[in-house]
Structure formats: C-alpha cells, structure tokens
Write a protein that binds this ligand. Structure first.
Ligand code: HEC
Length: 137
C-alpha cells in the first residue's frame, strides 16, 4: 500500500514538472495578443501578411524580418513607424483604422518575432518622446 502511494506521488511530480517546463517555454516565445489585437491580425494584417503572393513579409519568415529591421533606421521601432505611416503597397496603420500605436507595436512584434512584449502599464505616449516632454517642463 505504502509503495503504491509513493509511486503515485512520484508520477504526479513528474507531470507537474513537465507542465511547469511547458508553461515556461510557452511564455517566453511570443507576445501575447489581446483579443482586439488577435482580431486585427486575423481580419486585417493576415489578409496580406499570411499570403506569399503579396509582396508583404510573411509572418514567421524570420530572415526577411531581420533583413528589414537591419535596413530600416531605428530597427524594430522603424518597422513600427513605417506601419503607422504606411510603406510601399501598405496603407497607413496596415489599414487597421482602430489600432492604437501600442497595438500596432504588439502586432509587429508578433508578426516579426523581433521584440519582446510591450509593457502595457507604461504610459501610452504616442509619437513624441517622453524625454522631450520632460525637458519642456
Ligand atoms: C493591403 C495589404 C496589407 C495589409 C492589410 C497589411 N500590410 Fe503590412 N505590409 C504590406 C506590404 C505590401 C508590405 C511591404 C511594403 C514594402 O516594403 O514595400 C508590408 C510591410 C509591413 C511591415 C514592414 C515595414 C518595413 O518597414 O519593412 C510591417 C511591420 C507591417 N507590414 C505590419 C503590418 C501590420 C501590423 C498590419 C495589420 C495592422 C499590416 N501590416 C497589414 C501589406 C499589408
């Protein structure tokens, strides 16, 4: 009886350890999108960015995203800026009229796999840099 109980505990521990490992690897992989962002991606961005026949860089094409970041002034932030103002055949905001800057940044991070998650608690200062604001006061 005692032996049986011991075995049971052992296998539960193993399952728990495996679960923790899984949870850890999953959480370090991608930016977590809000439901609104997921909706924007599937309904708007994916229309072009999930199809190789458009000239848009495809989600998950790491080499292409890295090349773009390297060639764009400001790297990842430059890609975000280009998405907001529009570039080539992509209209401003990637045609997502309701997307905020933070949402665009998260979508670009997810699509490119280039940057870590944006802290949602940070004040959403839009285009002006916080340093400039501090200087004027
Ligand atoms: C109508 C098609 C279309 C839609 C919709 C669209 N894109 Fe694009 N996107 C493009 C094309 C085409 C390019 C390549 C532009 C170029 O390099 O000339 C591009 C490029 C980009 C780039 C790289 C910019 C750079 O500087 O290289 C980012 C980032 C991006 N899109 C993000 C988004 C996001 C986020 C959304 C959804 C909110 C979105 N796009 C929706 C067509 C689209």
């Amino acid at each position: 009886m005692k032996v049986l109980q011991g075995r049971r505990v052992c296998s539960y521990t193993k399952i728990f350890a495996a679960w923790v490992l899984l949870a850890l690897t999953a959480s370090t992989q991608a930016v977590e999108l809000t439901p609104r962002e997921s909706h924007a991606y599937t309904q708007i961005c994916a229309y072009c960015h999930a199809r190789a026949e458009t000239s848009a860089p495809v989600m998950g094409d790491t080499a292409e995203w890295q090349r773009r970041a390297a060639e764009t002034e400001g790297g990842f932030e430059g890609l975000v800026r280009n998405t907001i103002v529009g570039i080539g055949n992509m209209p401003p905001l990637g045609t997502c009229g309701y997307c905020t800057e933070t949402e665009i940044r998260n979508l670009v991070a997810t699509m490119s796999g280039l940057a870590p998650s944006v802290s949602r608690s940070s004040p959403s200062s839009s285009t002006s840099s916080p340093k400039k604001e501090a200087n004027t006061q």
